[in-house]
Design a protein around this ligand. Structure first.
Ligand SMILES: Cc1ncc(COP(=O)(O)O)c(C=O)c1O
Ligand SMILES: NCC(=O)CCC(=O)O
Length: 427
């Protein structure tokens, strides 16, 4: 038995499924989850001392690559001053100021400890602000695991085949209206019927939890104008896209301004962080200023602020995102050429430093149905062949891939060589 196999067997005794988050289980691809003990730059090392080029990046945060020395130094420097105070710190203001300067739609910011908390709080705020109960989300989009948002959700929920979770009271779920992603007509129809009851539309501006589906031209713009028309709060869930598809996130990349945004992952540089924010007049409804309650013992945690601030500063250098995007494009072009040469139907999607891989003969991937029509079984075989070749992809056909600035020529070659062998073996 490998060490990962032994560790996984032991883990299952006291941890449900042996994992602390379902996406880590290899349930849909089969086999044993790898247990990691080290990560540096573009690589993760497992307990059996095998090194992999990593395209998961802790599910998004590690845009600088793992263990960036400046980020580790910042955390070390803070460490000697204490782990948490439960009182304000100067760094929290620095973080709020920096986020507002990078993302102009953010006029006020509240820090939390996860993406789930960010989206959960943002929809409560939208409900408190509008006095309306219903929310609109899109099928296959994942916004964390709060009750209202686990209806027709993506990510692990979709991977495990239970997109609507047990344990969510029907009385909650009935307020979540779910529509097809990239279908503006359906949104228009729904708002025409019940617009007065809808507090917010929450959307992943690039859907990254059903593989990777960029917005169709006009979709985000259309949501913006429909929200204006019906007095609905537009929330961009940028937990995944924020600071990744462009420094200013998807809202900068696509030029559409939401009322509220949620961030996570990169903003914590690998520590547990999220935030939500946006228009001042909405954010002023939050306690202690207003009547919408929201709180957190560890919110704005000093170690997390140190890691997050350092990460945001490093990725703010001119050219960073162009470089990240360029690597990603070269990776996808290289994969396409090799799949074509092997005669494997294959298509990719990209938004800056995030990407999708599909075993599909479709020209493009635009809808949830396009995603579901791709060959998940073929992905499963590809996933394991890539592992053998030293490349770690997300263990699901329904997750976006992530590159980091530490990925360079060497990693590109390892990945494309592994893919060439994998495509040949798939024939
Ligand atoms: C778009 C999006 N929103 C929200 C979340 C929830 O974040 P977290 O896992 O930090 O709770 C995630 C990922 O998990 C996500 O991808
Ligand atoms: N796309 C999947 C995630 O971003 C979340 C990771 C997790 O739930 O562990």
């Amino acid at each position: 038995m490998s060490r990962s196999e032994t560790l996984f067997a032991n883990a299952q005794k006291h941890i449900p499924g042996g994992v602390n988050s379902p996406v880590r289980a290899f349930k849909s691809v089969g086999g044993t989850p790898l247990f990691f003990k080290h990560a540096e730059g573009a690589y993760v090392t497992d307990e059996d001392d095998k090194r992999y080029v990593d395209y998961v990046g802790s599910w998004g945060p590690m845009i600088l690559g793992h263990s960036h020395p400046d980020v580790l130094d910042a955390v070390r420097k803070q460490l000697v001053h204490g782990l948490s105070y439960g009182a304000p710190t100067a760094m929290e203001t620095e973080m709020a100021d920096l986020v507002c300067s990078i993302v102009p739609s953010m006029e006020m910011v509240r820090m939390v400890s996860s993406g789930t908390e960010a989206t959960m709080s943002a929809i409560r705020l939208a409900r408190g602000f509008t006095g309306r109960d219903s929310i609109i989300k899109f099928e296959g989009c994942y916004h964390g695991h709060s009750d209202s948002l686990l209806v027709k959700a993506g990510s692990g929920a979709l991977t495990q085949g239970v997109p609507s979770s047990a344990g969510v009271p029907a009385a909650f779920a009935k307020h979540t209206l779910t529509l097809p992603f990239n279908d503006l007509e359906e949104v228009e129809k729904m708002l025409g019927e019940v617009g007065q009851e809808v507090a917010c539309i929450i959307v992943e501006p690039v859907a990254g939890n059903m593989n990777c589906v960029p917005p169709a031209p006009g979709f985000l713009e259309g949501l913006r104008s429909l929200c204006d028309q019906h007095g609905v709060v537009l929330i961009f869930d940028e937990v995944m896209t924020g600071f990744r598809v462009a420094l200013g996130g998807a809202q900068a990349h696509y030029g559409v301004t939401p009322d509220l945004s949620t961030f996570g992952k990169i903003i914590g540089g690998g520590m547990p962080v999220g935030c939500f924010g946006g228009k001042r007049k909405i954010m002023e409804c939050i306690a202690p200023l207003g009547p919408v309650y929201q709180a957190g013992t560890l919110s704005g945690n000093p170690l997390a602020m140190a890691a997050g601030l350092t990460t945001l500063r490093l990725i703010s250098r001119p050219g960073f995102h162009a470089e990240l995007t360029d690597y990603t494009t070269r990776l996808l072009d290289g994969l396409q050429v090799r799949a074509d040469a092997a005669g494997i139907p294959f298509v990719t999607t990209q938004a800056g430093g995030m990407f999708g891989l599909y075993f599909s003969g479709a020209d493009d991937i635009v809808t949830f149905e396009d995603v579901m029509a791709s060959d998940a079984n073929r992905f499963k075989r590809f996933f394991h062949l890539m592992l053998e070749g030293g490349v770690y992809l997300a263990p699901s056909a329904f997750e976006a891939g992530f590159t980091s600035i530490a990925h360079g020529e060497t990693e590109l070659k390892i990945t494309l060589d592994a893919a060439e062998r994998a495509f040949a073996a798939l024939k």
